[in-house]
Design a protein around this ligand. Structure first.
Ligand code: IPE
Ligand code: IPE
Ligand code: MG
Length: 224
């Protein structure tokens, strides 16, 4: 049985679920939060130590302004409502991505990270304004500026994910088989599961099914 320490998830399909069920993409984003709550609970029960959730990509700025504003308001309210609960559950929150939002949101994110920084049951890495290519370019620029050797260890040091082990398992919901600029470096040996269900319809049983399949995979890392 493979140990499972780090799960990364591309939470895709909110918009389609919203259109299908409530005639509104934003309603799908709201419903998706129920799945977030449930996945956090199950991850703790499964003794997973790192859960990385892709919430907003550097490319998602291309979306209509109305949807972007709604998404960030939803995130702000979710954090305000949940931060004490997350803290009580001994969950550590870390943001991966470039924090260049409104002062209000930047401060909220920073204070949530600070408040939970000593927690140890589960670390949630929330990928916000995250893009893998710009993350790598940024790391290489720092190495060049510092005149440091370009090697794996030094690149890791300057990624948003520094200090976090690579994901063992990547799940993408929403019936779309691509990575969309998510953790391209860190996923080099992750087991990847593409799930047909849309994020708001992804249930605990679906998550457990994938975890059980993952545990039985033979992970070779190039060996035989
Ligand atoms: C993922 O769901 C959530 C974000 C990107 C914020 P989508 O909004 O991409 O949903 P679909 O893929 O359009 O259904
Ligand atoms: C990836 O989903 C980003 C998030 C889930 C936050 P997208 O829906 O933005 O991906 P593409 O654009 O279909 O590749
Ligand atoms: Mg999508």
């Amino acid at each position: 049985m493979n140990p499972l320490k780090h799960v990364a998830i591309i939470m895709d399909g909110n918009g389609r679920w919203g259109i299908k069920n409530k005639n509104s993409r934003n309603a799908g984003h709201k419903q998706g939060l129920t799945t977030v709550d449930q996945v956090i609970k199950t991850s703790i029960k499964q003794k997973i130590k790192f859960l990385t959730l892709f919430a907003f990509s550097t490319e998602n700025w291309k979306r209509p302004k109305k949807e972007i504003i709604y998404l960030f308001r939803l995130l702000e309210n979710f954090l305000k409502k949940r931060i004490n609960y997350l803290h009580k559950q001994n969950i550590k929150l870390r943001i991966i991505g470039v924090k260049n939002f409104s002062n209000n949101l930047n401060n909220l994110l920073k204070s949530a990270e600070k408040k939970t920084s000593k927690n140890s049951v589960l670390q949630i890495n929330l990928a916000l304004n995250y893009g893998s290519k710009s993350e790598l370019i940024n790391a290489l620029k720092i190495l060049k500026k510092n005149n440091e050797v370009i090697n794996e260890k030094n690149i890791n040091k300057y990624l948003h994910t520094s200090g976090i082990p690579d994901p063992d398992l990547l799940i993408r919901t929403g019936n779309t088989n691509r990575l969309s600029n998510f953790l391209l470096w860190q996923l080099s040996y992750s087991e990847i599961f593409f799930e047909k269900k849309l994020w708001p319809e992804f249930k605990e049983s679906d998550y457990l099914k994938i975890i059980n399949k993952f545990k039985k995979v033979k992970r070779n890392y190039g060996n035989i």
